[in-house]
Design a protein around this ligand. Structure first.
Ligand code: SF4
Ligand code: SF4
Length: 446
């Protein structure tokens, strides 16, 4: 492996991937009902286009984008709209959802025809297909993909990066996808590159997945797509760290990848794009890792959006002992959930159950000023100092000390010997600073 640019900070937690990384992706059997949330992405909620009692086919649109930063939502199977109601979501919030009663036929909608000539298609046509298929970032952020593919003319893009790093411990969905659908990953990369008009395409994969690196390298031969094995260090897959490692370019503080001419897409997103274009398939299912020591058969499943977490866990054989904590996503960036009566969304990369000995209890201990959080922070912040400011409700200071640059990677909390809830503090500060900025903006408009 060539010497690569190393990022500052980071941590090296036990990756916990051995539980599920050898388990091939399995298709989940059809359920009787699905609860499909409308707001599954960052941006404006989509507009409902079905009503109670309406019949729908698999892949048919349930809601359409309500603006530029919005995404369509599609039916995971054929059936009848039972109701539209408010449900609990994995994010800890509530939101409207379509409850779909399956008819058992799983009949597909044929609204989107395959674009077999995509290599000749206009970029705008391909981008519209990505909008029509409701594709959002599958790495967890769920930002509408078409928006990332529409940089302003002042920000020319020269490099597309596919993120196959999957540095989040315990998750193996992207790893399996790269092993089992390498052609779709590469086709998605080529389609995305065509939309952006770029020639340089790089795929970054952490070196702890040598089989995926070897397979994609072999499949990519002759395409011009370069596959790189990257140093195993969390958060190698964070956008800014990944861009730095693969291109040497540094995204400025407060900036975006487009500021240095780069667009990053997850490998799962690339597969969704390939399927939307070559098969006419909308985004109504995804690969999710169900894992953790309490889980009887950890593995990777292709789950339809709207599948209750409880049903997903049944696929993995349930639990052999009571978990101490359930997380939606991975242990570093995921969210603790308090009920399994929540639906799988487009962003559900993992359902992780932790045993008591795997859980760190946060405390109200005072900071001992050891500086470990500062060493661990890949964004060169001072999490300990920020945390004290936030405890004292000094959000003005937190803003000055660059709280908004926090990528919520969790390295600081992982490193803290006093077990202070540093990421939670930073998340709170970011929300508060943004709310204050919006309030000030609204006031100035009046
Ligand atoms: S302050 Fe934010 S970016 Fe820095 S280590 Fe903590 S969570 Fe990560
Ligand atoms: S790691 Fe924890 S105890 Fe050490 S300086 Fe940071 S917040 Fe304080």
């Amino acid at each position: 492996m060539p010497e690569q640019v190393r990022f500052r900070g980071g941590v090296h937690p036990d990756d916990g991937k051995s539980l599920s990384q050898a388990a091939a992706i399995q298709d989940a059997p059809l359920l009787e009902t699905y609860t499909v949330p409308l707001l599954q992405h960052i941006g404006a909620p989509p507009k409902l286009v079905v009503a109670k009692g309406g019949k729908v086919l698999r892949g048919q649109r349930l809601a359409e984008p309500s603006g530029f930063v919005s995404a369509a939502v599609h039916a995971p199977t054929s059936g009848t709209v039972k109701e539209v109601t408010e449900v609990a979501l994995p994010t800890g919030r509530t939101g409207p959802a379509v409850v779909l009663q399956a008819d058992g036929e799983d009949k597909a909608d044929e609204g989107l025809a395959p674009l077999t000539d995509w290599a000749e298609a206009e970029p705008q046509v391909l981008k519209q297909r990505i909008v029509d298929a409701g594709i959002v970032g599958m790495g967890g952020a769920a930002f509408p993909t078409a928006v990332k593919l529409s940089p302003p003319a002042t920000k020319p893009i020269s490099v597309l990066i596919l993120n196959g790093v999957e540095c989040e411990p315990c998750l193996t969905a992207d790893h399996r996808l790269m092993l089992e659908q390498p052609e779709a990953v590469l086709t998605g990369a080529r389609i995305l590159a065509r939309v952006l008009g770029v020639r340089t395409v790089r795929i970054g994969i952490e070196a702890n997945k040598p089989d995926a690196i070897a397979l994609l390298t072999e499949k990519a031969r002759g395409t011009g797509i370069e596959v790189s094995g990257l140093r195993v260090r969390y958060p190698q897959g964070a956008e800014k760290q990944l861009i730095h490692a693969l291109t040497g370019r540094k995204v400025p503080a407060g900036g975006l990848p487009m500021d240095v001419g780069v667009v990053v897409q997850n490998v799962g997103t690339a597969v969704a794009v390939a399927e939307a274009v070559t098969l006419g398939k909308t985004l109504y299912e995804r690969v999710t890792t169900i894992t953790g020591r309490p889980v009887v058969r950890p593995g990777n499943w292709r789950l339809r959006v709207g599948t209750p977490y409880a049903k997903a866990l049944e696929l993995a054989g349930g639990v052999s002992f009571d978990p101490a904590k359930i997380i939606s996503g991975g242990p570093m960036m995921g969210f603790a959930v308090y009920s399994l009566d929540i639906p799988v969304m487009k962003s559900t990369s993992g359902i992780l159950l932790l045993a008591r000995e795997d859980v760190t209890q946060f405390t109200g201990e005072a900071c001992i000023r050891c500086g470990r959080c500062v060493d661990a922070c890949p964004m060169a912040l001072m999490p300990g100092t920020l945390s004290v400011q936030i405890e004292n409700e000094r959000f003005d200071l937190a803003e000055t000390w660059h709280a908004l640059d926090c990528i919520e990677c969790g390295c600081c909390a992982y490193a803290c010997p006093a077990h202070r809830p540093l990421v939670q503090h930073l998340r709170r500060a970011k929300q508060e600073v943004m709310a204050r900025r919006r309030a000030a903006e609204n006031k100035s408009k009046r």
